[in-house]
Design a binder for this molecule. Structure first.
Ligand SMILES: Nc1ncnc2c1ncn2[C@@H]1O[C@H](COP(=O)(O)OP(=O)(O)OP(=O)(O)O)[C@@H](O)[C@H]1O
Ligand SMILES: [Mg+2]
Length: 321
């Protein structure tokens, strides 16, 4: 449904996108993750034909974003990072204007407006001015608007930004329903890792304008190197070899009084790992989350070539998490 090839976007001498290539399948929810300023919004704007690439190109629904922009625009719906509905108009009026702009025929217009309002649970509030909506209702209205003209692809740039946990969870339900009922392909960006894990079939991780990882959430977590065990010692910490001599240990990070061990199958291997250790104060164990993946990847990309820098940063972030 989307093909991105060697995409470059420069602002002056600065590379906002630096040679991106990837593909998105039909009916997929594809997540774009990455630190602030990574280039996610820039990428969405290019795919939505609102920005021109400096080099490279992209094809959306079979249409080239540079040479067939009108066809691309007919194929897509966009919910921008910044709110864009008119708040002195009612929800219904916002949708009607959009329907007129998109040339949705009079015969189907009202039916379609009702359909999308129902899809996002706003039928009961359609005649209220948007300024009287909550943040979550505004976001849902914008999604309804993006869907009005039956797009093949829907771009959602941080659809749950600023929503409370309950509104966020209900937004996830709406997004999942949209994929099944409207048969759209969704590209979404988010800084909420739980959301990406819950919704996305695959995730492309962007950093400094490049894709540095692309996989399903479960494979990304697996690539962390297994379960994470954090052992804190009262006194001196043992050597790395104390842990790496076991085949089931993939990696060890040592810092002050703590060893972080990445290993297979904690349930069967924990006993062997700890039985000869002296002076253990505490042991914590967790399965890697997408948050760990994010911190690892952004740590690596921020620290450049320095392994120490990468480790210190990761550990500081790990302790915070
Ligand atoms: N019009 C512009 N002129 C100059 N630089 C820009 C412009 N628009 C974006 N940038 C820069 O391009 C980079 C990518 O920005 P972009 O908005 O795509 O990031 P993002 O990944 O969406 O970040 P966030 O998670 O904060 O939304 C940033 O360094 C930003 O400052
Ligand atoms: Mg952005």
């Amino acid at each position: 449904m989307i093909i991105v090839k060697n995409l470059v976007k420069k602002y002056g001498d600065f590379y906002a996108l630096n040679g991106l290539s990837f593909e998105v399948n039909e009916n997929e929810i594809f997540g774009l993750l990455g630190p602030n300023g990574a280039g996610k919004t820039t990428l969405i704007h290019i795919l939505a034909t609102l920005l021109k690439p400096t080099k490279g190109g992209a094809v959306v629904n079979g249409y080239d974003v540079l040479h067939n922009a009108t066809k691309v625009r007919e194929s897509i719906g966009v919910v921008f990072q910044a709110p864009s509905s008119d708040d002195i108009l009612t929800g219904y009026e916002n949708l009607k204007i959009h329907a007129l702009l998109y040339g949705i025929p009079r015969g189907t217009r009202e039916k379609r407006i009702s359909e999308v309002l129902k899809l996002v649970g706003l039928e009961g509030r359609k005649n209220d001015q948007v300024k009287k909506y909550s943040g979550g209702m505004r976001r849902r209205l914008e999604i309804a608007r993006g869907l009005l003209h039956h797009p093949k692809v829907l771009f959602l740039d941080e659809p749950t930004l600023g929503l409370d946990p309950q509104s966020r969870e209900s937004m996830w339900t709406y997004i999942k329903e949209i994929v099944t009922e409207e048969k759209v392909t969704i590209i979404l960006t988010t800084h909420y890792m739980e959301e990406a894990d819950m919704l996305c079939d695959r995730i492309g991780f962007i950093s400094n304008g490049k894709i540095i990882a692309l996989n399903s959430p479960s494979n990304l977590k697996q690539e962390m190197g297994g379960d994470i065990v954090k052992i804190n010692f009262i006194g001196d910490i043992p050597s790395t070899e104390t842990f790496t001599r076991f085949d089931f240990v993939h990696k060890v990070e040592l810092e002050e009084n703590t060893a972080i061990v990445y290993m297979d199958e904690v349930n069967s291997n924990m006993h062997s790992l700890i039985k000869d250790l002296k002076g253990v104060r505490t042991i914590e164990y967790k399965k890697p989350t997408l948050n760990d993946v994010f911190l690892r990847l952004s740590g690596d990309s921020l620290s450049g070539d320095s392994p120490e820098g990468g480790f210190m940063q990761r550990y500081a972030q790990y302790k915070k998490s």
